[in-house]
Design a protein around this ligand. Structure first.
Ligand SMILES: Nc1ncnc2c1ncn2[C@@H]1O[C@H](COP(=O)(O)OP(=O)(O)OP(=O)(O)O)[C@@H](O)[C@H]1O
Ligand SMILES: [Mg+2]
Length: 332
């Protein structure tokens, strides 16, 4: 299938008073038209930085995408694109739902006004056609009374309805790619499932591609056919979600899967991955997971493992097969 999004060697650094944070340090990802890719990993791995890099929403003063990085959307290079061109793509082609809807929604505009803003910016002028679109969109995202929803301010809505409102604003420009960054964090379990199901249905009915970010492998497993595991600013494993879950190649992924199992069986003790995630100012040598890896060898400490595939294709390509950056697995 045609590539919608192709990311190669993406390195995004952030300058801070304490030094340079190498938040993303060589990320390759591939997402086809209408596809769903999950990105999973612990806090600080670089997930949000990845989404902001794609959208061109990084903090301007401190962040820089390094030379040699490439983010192609339908073949068009986004790295280095002037801000006005990125703004034009945002909302219309690319849209995002954020971790914290109150930060993403404008507190002084009603939900309806915010949807109209997006519609007006990208498709048609405000007016009766716009208002009808607002109603339909709010209906589509599950507002039982769309007219009331349109008149509400964000703070008047429950957590779940706020996520739905944010989704309606994001969908208003009919994006081809939706980036969802922990879109259900802070919701209780039932509302979380409702919002995830809604997102999945919308993705299918609109033929929209989805980049779904979460620290929770359970959630990613519901949403995405393929999963990329991110650790220390790199993708350390990628493959079909079912395989990543049942036959993880990387010891880090096995840790995430172990933690996931224990969520289902509350009698067993949760097995968090031992040790702390490393500092993005000073990634460990060799394999970045080696200080926490129970199986690490001398080679792991010294040499950085390249992606090694399990399938027929060698060397592995992002978006295909099942591969990991690990010296311990047999591979190409
Ligand atoms: N504006 C910033 N200034 C300085 N450092 C930052 C900034 N934003 C992110 N970082 C650092 O970059 C690294 C990656 O952060 P990022 O927010 O992308 O991780 P994440 O995977 O989204 O984590 P979480 O699961 O907590 O949301 C972290 O080390 C973080 O401390
Ligand atoms: Mg984040």
């Amino acid at each position: 299938m045609a590539p919608l999004l192709e990311i190669r060697s993406l390195r995004t650094f952030l300058n801070t008073p304490r030094g340079v944070v190498r938040a993303l340090d060589g990320v390759d990802l591939f997402l086809e038209e209408g596809g769903a890719l999950g990105v999973v990993g612990e806090s600080g791995g670089g997930k949000t930085t990845l989404a902001l890099s794609i959208l061109g929403l990084l903090p301007q003063r401190s962040a820089s995408i390094q030379p040699g990085s490439s983010i192609r959307y339908r073949g068009q290079e986004l790295v280095g694109l002037p801000p006005f061109a990125l703004r034009r793509l945002r909302g219309k082609e690319l849209a995002m739902v954020f971790q914290e809807p109150l930060a993403a929604l404008n507190p002084v505009l009603t939900v309806g006004e915010q949807i109209l803003e997006t519609v007006a910016r990208h498709t048609q002028p405000k007016g009766t056609i716009g208002r009808e679109r607002v109603r339909l969109l709010l209906e589509e995202v599950g507002f039982p009374d769309p007219d009331l929803g349109a008149r509400s301010y964000p703070h008047e809505l429950s957590g779940g309805m706020r996520r739905r409102a944010m989704l309606a604003v994001a969908l208003a420009g009919e994006p081809s790619l939706l980036l969802a960054d922990e879109p259900t964090s802070g919701l209780d379990a039932i509302v979380q499932l409702q919002v995830l199901d809604l997102l999945r249905r919308l993705q299918a009915s609109r033929g929209m591609a989805l980049l779904f970010i979460s620290h929770d492998l359970n959630v990613v497993a519901r949403m995405a056919r393929r999963t990329a595991v991110i650790y220390a600013g790199q993708v350390v494993e990628e493959g079909p979600t079912s395989e990543v879950l049942t036959r993880p190649l990387h010891p880090y992924t096995r840790g995430l899967v172990g933690a996931r199992m224990d969520l289902h069986d509350r009698r067993r003790r949760v097995r968090p991955i031992p040790g702390e995630p490393p500092s993005a100012m000073n990634w460990p040598s060799g394999c970045r997971f080696h200080p926490r890896c129970p199986e690490a060898t001398e080679r792991c400490r010294r040499e950085e493992p390249p992606p090694r595939g399990m399938g027929a294709r060698r060397p592995p390509a992002p978006g295909e097969g099942h591969w990991a950056r690990c010296w311990l697995r047999e591979g190409s």
